[in-house]
Design a protein around this ligand. Structure first.
Ligand code: PLP
Length: 246
């Protein structure tokens, strides 16, 4: 973007967050959708608590951590924001059954449920604590071996099973788009997730009445995802700049 490249002062997190919100809004309008249907989840991995506070001050209300250890490490430093209801935290990365407790201490949603065993572990803990956790089933729409998630074929059955578990509210589905510059391939994957969501929602099965969300689209492909019906886009790089290589 030439205008910002020549701007006299470096762009702040608030500037970049506003740009992302504008991108989402433009993409929604282009798809004939209401921008209010799409929430921005800010992926805060590798960012410290001050950066999290900065983006929340800029208007972010939903953040996502993809590593349990990072989520717990930042929990105390943002506890006041969470307690005040200023921000909601979702886990968006892999979760092992023995790490459920620290996640539940801060997160109100887990978007990365990819097995019934994990869902059952979350469910029993929530029942014990008399609380409800929002969960999404993560689906690997691209079939890439590096990506977590259940297959699109197995996703409906897993979702129906998760939907019946006490203490969990199935809110929808999450995916990470195909790692390719080919827009048609990326779009087809997002459309596949929408197909899974539509089938589960249309089933009318117990516990599926809230399963409307599609968490898909990141910094590089959020326009495609919004075009295919995303209700949550998860954005890191576009807000914070490039991360150092892992
Ligand atoms: C890091 C991350 C994102 C954001 O990716 P960017 O390309 O930095 O926007 C989204 N989803 C998940 C699961 C992530 O780990």
């Amino acid at each position: 973007m030439p205008a910002s490249a020549t701007s006299p002062s470096p762009r702040t997190i608030a500037d970049r967050y506003a740009e992302v919100v504008a991108r989402v809004s433009d993409a929604a309008h282009a798809a004939g959708r209401d921008p209010a249907e799409v929430r921005v989840l800010v992926a805060t991995k590798t960012q410290d608590a001050d950066a999290v506070r900065e983006v929340v001050a800029a208007g972010a209300t939903l953040i996502g951590e993809n590593r349990v250890q990072e989520l717990t490490a930042k929990a105390d430093a943002i506890a006041d924001l969470v307690a005040a209801g200023a921000v909601t935290v979702h886990l968006i990365g892999p979760l092992q059954r023995n790490k459920v407790n620290p996640v539940l201490a801060t997160a109100t949603g887990v978007e990365s449920v990819d097995s019934l065993a994990l869902a059952q572990a979350l469910s029993s803990r929530c029942v014990r604590d008399a609380r409800t956790l929002d969960v999404m089933v993560q689906v690997n729409v691209s079939g890439e071996a590096t990506k977590s998630g259940t297959t699109p074929d197995d996703a409906p059955d897993l979702a129906l099973a998760v939907a019946t578990l006490p203490g969990l509210r199935l809110t929808g589905f999450m995916t990470i788009g195909a790692h390719t510059r080919d827009a048609a391939t990326v779009r087809a994957g997002f459309a596949r997730l929408r197909g899974v969501r539509d089938a589960v929602a249309a089933s009318g099965a117990p516990g599926t009445e809230h399963a409307r969300e599609l968490s898909m689209g990141m910094s590089s492909d959020l326009e495609l995802a919004v075009g295919e019906g995303a209700t949550v886009v998860r954005v890191g790089t576009a807000v914070f700049g490039a991360r150092p290589p892992a």
